[in-house]
Write a protein that binds this ligand. Structure first.
Ligand SMILES: Cc1ncc(COP(=O)(O)O)c(C=O)c1O
Length: 506
């Protein structure tokens, strides 16, 4: 009798056909690949529906005999298939084929062309991008630019760490050695912080989230730059606060409008990047930094200085935390852009009196920190080759900046400023072009762009786009951009014809 769910198929026949399928090939292989081949064979049988959901797999002994392998090889293959959820064990009865997963919705495949250009536009497209997509709009370096050999070396060393490092929670503040190292790195920017003023976090994003939980009540007002890093909008929205944006200039926020906003809105917080601003690549000038702090003091304003791009700087820009000495400035950072975005690790340097409460919040919302990530970051930063790698990266970025600027200018884009360092180039589009429309058309050709309004709360940046110069070294990007620009221009031209589009329509 067939087992429930099996199609009529005799057991010896099944074993024979499985055996025929890959036996010779398998015998020629080593133990590790033998397990993989056995797994592949079972998967193929399931896909071909010779084994249907609910069917019992051959016993370990019978399968091993039919395949002429050891029982331990079959055990390993079955255990791994079970870990993947493809089959499941029933105690005392053997292994059975699992129920099929819900079919993958076709609407989830491929880029979402109809997504609105909102603060999630760039992140959703870039994070979900397949390997064949080009990402001049994304906010990180190509994997090939990262220090992958150093990372692998550190991972191998970490595998030899003591048991507690590999399995226990991290301490509430996080690795003392990493916090010590961070104080030394901050010193280079004139920031005086002691290790007990630093809390490690899972990322820069978590650092800002913790600070928002600590400082804000729903309904409070927060100031951001216009334009600013789009996830500031998204995160602040999640905290149910009012966000007010201040026009950004090439030397920092427009200080007169900043002063007016303080009077008008009594904001609790301002979130910004002083060095290498995202998306403009601008750097805060000492004069604006000084004025900002002078205005913040009587207004009781706290400032989060997000310094995630610090190591890309060619010449150090003024840091608000250095001038302020942690009176009202909190400094945060992470290693996503320089070491790995996959190894999640960031930090907060804050006034000493906040640390106790911030630590409790960290425990409440994340419990122990990512101990492995912190150890990995420590090893990578301590590795003598880190500085050299960053020097090379800065040089490479500077070349990419020149090359991309020239190519975009040839297409009629105008850089808003010439950034001193970093990966971002904020460009004005040729007259009349709509950045969101251009981005949608490029996305249809597998190129992810970053339209200006994704960064602009006032939605006044539709004539701008952010380019990541490190991701712009592929000719196809400029071909797609040019074709998309042509399409947009012809649509614009048609629109303007009397009787067809906007202008002149009765
Ligand atoms: C200005 C800025 N802050 C924070 C982040 C997020 O960093 P993390 O990966 O550490 O969460 C980014 C990522 O692009 C960023 O550009």
């Amino acid at each position: 009798m067939a087992f429930p769910g099996t199609i009529p198929y005799s057991f010896p026949k099944l074993l024979w056909s499985i055996g025929q399928y890959g036996l010779l090939e398998m015998l020629a292989r080593k133990e590790g690949t033998l397990v993989s081949s056995l797994m592949a064979t079972v998967r193929q049988r399931i896909a071909a529906r010779s084994l249907t959901p609910g069917a019992r797999l051959p016993s370990i002994r019978a399968f091993a005999k039919a395949m002429q392998v050891s029982t331990s090889t079959v055990v390993e293959a079955y255990e791994r298939l079970a870990a993947e959820g493809i089959i499941r064990p029933r105690p005392g009865s053997g292994f059975y084929v699992s129920s099929p997963l819900a079919p993958l919705s076709l609407t989830e495949i491929g880029p979402k062309l109809d997504r609105e250009v909102d603060p999630f536009w760039v992140s959703r497209q870039s994070l979900a991008a397949g390997p064949d997509m080009l990402k001049p709009g994304c906010g990180w370096l190509p994997a090939s630019w990262m220090r992958e050999t150093g990372l692998r070396r550190a991972l191998r060393a970490l595998a030899r760490a003591d048991d507690a490092t590999l399995t226990d929670y991290g301490s509430p503040l996080g690795s003392p050695a990493l916090r010590q190292l961070l104080t030394r790195r901050m010193e280079e920017h004139g920031i005086e912080a002691s290790p007990d003023q630093i809390i490690l976090t899972e990322s820069g994003t978590q650092a800002i989230d913790l600070l928002c939980r600590f400082l804000l009540e729903p309904g409070d007002t927060v100031l951001v730059d216009d334009p600013c890093y789009f996830n500031f909008h998204a995160l602040l929205r999640a905290h149910r606060v009012n966000v007010v944006c201040i026009p950004f200039t090439p030397v920092g926020p427009d200080i007169d409008l900043f002063g007016k906003a303080l009077v008008e809105h009594s904001p609790r917080l301002y979130v910004t990047n002083s060095a290498i601003h995202n998306p403009t690549g601008a750097v805060l000038s000492p004069v604006v930094a000084h004025r900002l702090l002078k205005l913040a003091e009587p207004a009781g304003l706290t400032i989060i200085e997000d310094d995630i791009f610090a190591d890309f700087e060619q010449t150090p820009a003024p840091r608000l935390a250095a001038f302020d000495g942690f009176e009202r400035v909190v400094h945060i950072g992470s290693f996503s852009k320089t070491l790995s975005a996959s190894v999640r690790c960031g930090f907060i340097a804050a006034p000493r009196s906040w640390i106790e409460d911030l630590t409790n919040l960290k425990i409440a919302t994340a419990f122990g920190g990512g101990r492995l990530s912190a150890e990995l970051v420590l090893a990578l930063l301590r590795d003598g080759s880190y500085r050299k790698h960053m020097e090379e990266l800065r040089l490479r970025l500077s070349r990419a900046m020149n090359e991309t600027t020239a190519r975009l200018q040839a297409l009629g884009f105008e850089p808003w400023i010439k950034p001193q360092a970093g990966m971002f180039l904020w460009c004005r589009l040729p007259e009349g072009l709509d950045a969101s429309e251009l981005a949608r058309r490029a996305l249809a050709q597998n190129v992810i762009l970053a339209p200006g309004n994704a960064f602009s709360l006032s939605r006044s940046a539709n004539g701008f786009m952010r380019f990541n110069v490190a991701q712009c070294l592929d000719d196809r990007i400029f071909d797609v951009l040019q074709a998309a620009m042509r399409e947009c221009s012809s649509a614009l031209w048609l629109d303007r014809l009397p009787g067809i589009g906007g202008f002149g329509t009765p």
